[in-house]
Ligand binder design. Sequence first.
Ligand SMILES: Cc1cc2nc3c(=O)[nH]c(=O)nc-3n(C[C@H](O)[C@H](O)[C@H](O)COP(=O)(O)OP(=O)(O)OC[C@H]3O[C@@H](n4cnc5c(N)ncnc54)[C@H](O)[C@@H]3O)c2cc1C
Length: 399
Amino acid sequence: MKHDFIIIGAGIVGLATAHELKLRLPLSRILLLEKEQAPAMHQSGRNSGVIHAGVYYEPGSLKARLCKKGARTTYAFCREQGLPYRQTGKLIVATNDLELERMQALLSRCQANGLDPELLSPGQLRDLEPAIAGLGAILVRESGIADYPAICDALLDQFRNSGGTARFGAEVTGITEHPDEIQVHTGVDTFRSAQIVVCGGLLADRLAQMQGLNIDFRIIPYRGEYYRLRPELNDLIQHLIYPVPDPALPFLGVHLTPMIEGSITVGPNAVLGWKREGYGKINFSARDAAGMLAYPGFWKVSARYLRQGIREAWNSLRKPAYLAEVRKYCPQIRLSDLEPHPAGIRAQAVLRDGTMIHDFLIKETPRSLHVCNAPSPAATSAIPIGWHICDILLQKPTE
Ligand SMILES: Cc1cc2nc3c(=O)[nH]c(=O)nc-3n(C[C@H](O)[C@H](O)[C@H](O)COP(=O)(O)OP(=O)(O)OC[C@H]3O[C@@H](n4cnc5c(N)ncnc54)[C@H](O)[C@@H]3O)c2cc1C
């Protein structure tokens, strides 16, 4: 049987795309292939659970546009499906003069991105969150939290209920494109399709190369390590609490996040990962490490962020150093309050010259579309990313 579409990857981006395609083309034959035994086993199930409002992103970028739409649609999807969510609001807290200055720039960026932020004095901050100390803060009411694995399950259920087929434990090992069809090989089967969409997350570059695409980036994995506050502190904060980020750095800094099940996580940091999909005690893959070390972009990006990289590695090794990051704005947290919590790994596309690609990145051939870079806030933005992908796909050959 020839399929109309094959989607590779049952993370939130692949699932949102499969779901939207089936809505737009109810009679089409769509197959979803995932190498794991369940959806959301990687980034989509190992993140902070934040519905981002769209504070930080370059105005007009795909990221900025899709994040704003994404926040709206994620809240709406959770409401329709009866899934848990909470619009907690977010506080971005300045703790020194430099951060106060940066906070002003962030306020303008919020406004440029169509948000309605409020500037808070130290007293107003204390009234809202007595455990948090700062010289000032921005309140972003549109931010919140959700259960992304539950959203993934709901997208999969809807896809299946409307006639889509999903196969788990099906690792794609080859892709061959012909003028009249595209073939997807797993160890045991070959599937034929008119079009494919590849949403491979941490393995996006390998899947593109597997098909013979000439790509100019590689995925560099950055581990995000978390702690969780001991349960007695679950009511410590009501809002998401973020530091003011350094605009020269790619990640947002260690934050306090109320999770949907009631706990509060502290993190994530951003340390280089030596295994793309490794969450155990020893996370080293010879293949992943060798690929990274042989890539000039890896050395260049590491040199560019050398000081920060060393600091993150040090904080990862030394719990008191990690603690110091959060005590800047929440001084009452002690070492004994930090309990273990599972890590996640971010897929970050990096160009040969060491530039990190911040925006979402899509590459196409006549019969394929590869989502090459879908970093945070792609969980928030997944539903509109799915719309965007469908808009592109529906202009391609369907035979
Ligand atoms: C620590 C951390 C915190 C984050 N916090 C947030 C947040 O609070 N809010 C937010 O909006 N975003 C957040 N993000 C980002 C967000 O989680 C990701 O951008 C998003 O989940 C990406 O989804 P995806 O579907 O592209 O990738 P993934 O979820 O990684 O899915 C890719 C899928 O492809 C499958 N796959 C790969 N290769 C093959 C193959 N050969 N054959 C078959 N299947 C294959 C994988 O098994 C996987 O299931 C965070 C990310 C991390 C890591």
